[in-house]
Design a binder for this molecule. Structure first.
Ligand code: AMP
Length: 143
């Protein structure tokens, strides 16, 4: 019996994303598990705190569109079905928690810029995902 059946990979769309995707692909293939990708677009209003009296809808739509296009490229490259490529808007940790539960995934995979030294801390998003996700979480070390 396979330990993991459905894996959710959190992708930040930086040049580091392939490191996380390569590991996730290898692990999902070894387990014969389904792979799902998620990118969370942060609301532009967060950045401006509502201080600027302007309609940010168009900008938000453009960010969503660009994220979907980039995620689709990764989907093609890594053989992930269209319906398993998810772009949502919100706080990354909260959205990843929500989706992991909603989609009944059994492993969440994130990248981590772990810091060295006596305080072995995970990066902030990886840490936020770990605290609050009910299933296993794998932090892939970013080189
Ligand atoms: P960070 O804490 O920003 O260094 O990000 C660490 C990891 O969290 C990344 O490698 C991704 O796996 C995940 N992550 C960060 N931001 C996002 C995002 N907006 N959407 C999805 N995953 C993210």
């Amino acid at each position: 019996m396979s330990a993991y059946k459905k894996m959710l990979v959190a992708i930040d769309l930086t040049e580091e994303a392939p490191q996380v995707l390569n590991k996730a692909k290898a692990i999902s293939s070894a387990h014969g598990a389904e792979l799902m990708l998620v990118h969370v677009v942060e609301p532009v209003g967060y950045a401006y705190g509502g201080d600027i009296p302007m309609d940010l809808t168009e900008l938000q739509d453009q960010l969503d569109k660009a994220a979907k296009e980039q995620l689709a490229k990764y989907g093609d490259e890594y053989g992930v079905a269209k319906e398993d490529q998810v772009v949502t808007v919100g706080r990354p940790e909260s959205e990843i928690h929500r989706l992991a539960k909603e989609q009944d995934v059994d492993l969440v995979i994130v990248g981590s810029h772990g810091r060295k030294g006596f305080q072995l801390l995970l990066g902030s998003t990886a840490n936020g995902v770990l605290h609050g996700t009910e299933c296993d979480v794998l932090a892939v070390r970013i080189q």
